[in-house]
Write a protein that binds this ligand. Structure first.
Ligand SMILES: Cc1cc2nc3c(=O)[nH]c(=O)nc-3n(C[C@H](O)[C@H](O)[C@H](O)COP(=O)(O)OP(=O)(O)OC[C@H]3O[C@@H](n4cnc5c(N)ncnc54)[C@H](O)[C@@H]3O)c2cc1C
Length: 444
């Protein structure tokens, strides 16, 4: 199967008589396994027009801060080097998306961009293409099975999307081939120095950077490290936060520094049990999350998208009395009565990520200790998007909604949670060495 099959969609049709093909790299900040880049090169060769790859640094981007921008900027180094080697021009521009694109408008023959899966971004792009009347395509390059091919509607859960994806996914992990770029090199325009983060990011909110650096090479090293260490124990120990078994790929996947297809092709397929366990997360759960946000019209509507049983049970329990109540500041400063919850929050503050098992506990307790469900949702989204380096992702919104019952099933009814799955301190004690986890993150 052709690597581009099912991935390309025309988003706006116009007769642009421009001088070049413009690839607005917006969600897949990599040069390998990047279908948008390959499609752009294909168009450039077809029309005999040069290609420009455009990256726009929008310092007003919602909820972005020093931590996330730094990781993003680090990723641009690899792109710059690879494109130089492939003799393709890279423009690094600063400003708002629409105003930067309008500078290129008259010279664009065709605009290509990465598909977006979050409703806000999806709508912003459609508006820009229409307003500027750009002949434009989007390419679904960050998923194994393109979101609209996997399903044409919002799915109920893993059990409904799993068979659809399993039926198709082998077709979409074929070997990736790259096109030779055959046209002229357009002069570069560089508005900012990728490595001068401090002066560049002076105006954005400061959140301390994390230890891991962004970029395609670091993503590949992280994958290699995972194969050598955690992968072999993934099926057995992925729910143990002390086992160092997770891949830590989520930040790289979020910025598109690595393709999930590349990940799957690199993993040892003969280790069937671990491969299947990992596939369940990186393909089924991740693509279920993308299905959810893609078919939502907002990321902030708890009452709209929860299944009926979850909405009903939360409604029945909304007046339940709460033993502990905390404000955003208490949560943010890891200042609750629960030392294990505080440890998870500290892991987030320090590393920009929480182990999945503790992340579920973290979310459940915010529900238990907040004034109401809406406030709990807002606190979770705020903290996750501010501190998590993989935040502001379809997985973020699906993960938060999961805490409220989405993509899950009803359990025995209890206070505050109703029929929604509950998690307790005793559960942590039963499952793994929670004292060890606490010690790992108890330092300020
Ligand atoms: C409240 C809450 C908030 C969350 N916020 C985020 C977020 O902001 N960004 C994010 O990427 N994930 C989020 N998750 C899902 C999950 O916790 C992370 O994807 C996972 O911990 C990332 O670490 P990893 O890459 O080492 O995971 P691994 O176990 O190595 O998994 C590999 C990949 O599979 C995917 N994956 C794993 N678990 C899940 C899951 N439960 N749902 C969807 N995809 C999954 C991710 O892309 C991950 O990178 C959240 C979960 C909860 C409960």
């Amino acid at each position: 199967m052709n690597i581009l099959e099912g991935r390309i969609k025309q988003t706006h049709k116009a007769e642009n008589k421009g001088k070049y093909i413009l690839y607005w790299m917006q969600g897949a900040f990599r040069c390998n396994y990047n279908h948008s880049l390959e499609f752009s090169i294909y168009l450039s060769n077809l029309y005999n027009l040069p290609l420009i790859v455009l990256v726009i640094l929008n310092l007003d981007y919602p909820e972005a801060n020093y931590r996330s921008f730094k990781f993003f900027l680090e990723g641009l180094n690899d792109i710059s080097n690879t494109l130089k080697n492939r003799k393709i021009s890279l423009h690094l521009r600063k400003g708002r998306f629409e105003s930067v694109l309008s500078e290129y408008k008259t010279n664009i023959h065709t605009l290509v961009t990465d598909k977006s899966y979050l409703p806000n971004l999806k709508n912003i792009k459609i508006d820009i293409f229409k307003k500027l009347n750009l002949n434009s395509y989007e390419v679904d390059t960050n998923l194994v099975v393109p979101v609209e091919i996997a399903s044409s509607k919002m799915e109920y859960g893993g059990y409904t999307i799993r068979p659809k994806i399993k039926r198709l996914y082998e077709n979409y992990i074929s070997d990736f081939s790259m096109n030779d770029y055959k046209n002229a090199y357009v002069e570069q325009i560089i508005d900012f120095d990728i490595n001068d983060t401090d002066s560049l990011l002076k105006s954005v909110e400061y959140v301390s950077p994390i230890n891991i650096k962004g970029g395609e090479k670091n993503a590949e090293n992280t994958l290699e490290y995972f194969i050598q260490t955690g992968f072999k124990r993934y099926a057995l120990q992925r729910n143990d936060p002390c086992s160092n078994v997770e891949s830590n790929l989520s930040p790289f996947l979020h910025f598109g520094h690595i393709s999930p297809i590349k990940v799957l092709k690199t993993l040892p397929h003969d280790d069937f049990e671990n491969y299947e366990a990992f596939l369940e997360q990186i393909v089924i759960r991740r693509e279920l999350a993308h299905n959810f946000t893609f078919y939502s019209d907002t990321t902030n509507n708890l009452s709209k998208y929860l299944p009926k049983w979850a909405k009903d049970t939360l409604f029945d329990h909304k007046q339940d009395e709460k033993k502990y109540l905390y404000k955003l500041k208490d949560f943010e400063q890891a200042n609750t009565h629960d030392i294990y919850w505080n440890a998870a929050q500290k892991e987030l503050l320090k590393t920009g990520k929480i182990h999945n098992y503790m992340r579920m506990y973290w979310g459940k307790k915010i529900i238990e200790w907040s004034n109401d469900y809406k406030e709990a949702y807002n606190i979770m989204a705020y903290l996750n998007n501010k501190y998590a380096i993989d935040g502001r992702d379809p997985n973020s919104y699906a993960g938060i909604m999961w805490c409220f019952g989405m993509h899950d099933r009803p359990f025995i009814e209890r206070d505050i949670f109703g029929k929604i799955r509950y998690m307790s301190e005793n559960g942590l004690k039963r499952k793994f060495d929670i004292e060890k986890y606490y010690k790992m993150w108890s330092i300020k």
